[in-house]
Design a protein around this ligand. Structure first.
Ligand code: HEM
Ligand code: HEM
Length: 186
């Protein structure tokens, strides 16, 4: 049974929808990223993986920027008083880092591609020409940052999901339910 908590203590529905959209996109973008190096160079399969990975990465970038602006205008509810001060600090720090690392990863991916002089095809429909001048050294730095950054994503998301499940299954303090859509009349 999910704990009933007052609707005032929840994230608003836009924040909830964007959170779960990004969670799904994050799984897709990482799996696609893993498949890219396995795909033979020059194959249509690799091209398709690259187009989808880059496009979803850019959608994540826009979604995270939108979420940051939305959050600024719609401050989230305070965490329950049952949480220790240190837990609140760690939760806020993890959430801040999730925003920062997802934005940084998408930017590094973009810079890696654009500084190498390549356009990005958004879902194979619109081409985005490189918005920065060609710079192979910068492209290599961005590539290294993109490869290394994936481990920050794994560590943060693992901590985040573990904490969410701890609240849902063991503490049962309503923290998980804050990120579920409000039930009508509930
Ligand atoms: C938050 C968004 C993103 C995440 C979490 C992400 C994650 C990853 C991961 C896990 C890999 C596999 C790395 C490996 O080989 O071990 C990868 C590869 C790659 N990513 Fe991303 N990525 C994101 C956004 C982007 C964007 C926006 C672009 C370009 C516009 C991009 C371009 C690439 C490219 C070109 C590779 C292939 C590297 C290779 O040739 O092996 N990524 N990404
Ligand atoms: C699929 C597994 C996931 C689960 C079960 C989950 C669960 C949750 C829950 C329950 C909260 C509410 C915490 C609170 O009440 O303060 C939350 C917040 C948050 N989650 Fe996730 N999450 C997941 C994936 C992700 C991913 C992949 C990201 C990457 C960006 C993410 C970013 C965030 C952020 C930034 C917040 C804080 C919201 C804000 O203050 O704007 N989550 N998550």
């Amino acid at each position: 049974m999910l704990a009933r908590i007052p609707s005032a203590a929840r994230f608003d529905n836009v924040a909830v929808a964007m959170h779960w959209l990004v969670a799904l996109l994050a799984i897709a973008v990482v799996v696609l990223g893993w498949l890219i190096p396995e795909a033979p160079r020059g194959s249509a399969w690799r091209e398709w993986l690259l187009i989808l990975h880059r496009s979803l990465g850019l959608v994540i970038l826009l979604a995270m920027l939108f979420r940051a602006v939305w959050r600024f205008n719609h401050p989230p509810p305070h965490l329950p008083a049952s949480l220790a001060r240190v837990e609140v600090v760690v939760a806020h720090l993890t959430h801040f880092l999730l925003y920062a690392v997802f934005v940084a990863m998408a930017l590094a991916g973009y810079v890696n591609t654009a500084a190498a002089g390549h356009s990005i095809s958004l879902f194979g429909i619109v081409g985005i020409p490189p918005l920065i001048p060609e710079d192979q050294r910068l492209a290599q730095w961005a590539f290294a940052a993109h490869l290394a950054g994936q481990f920050a994503i794994y560590a943060l998301v693992a901590m985040h999901v573990a904490a969410a499940l701890l609240h849902l299954l063991i503490r049962r303090d309503g923290v998980f339910e804050r990120m579920l859509p409000a039930r009508r009349g509930g």
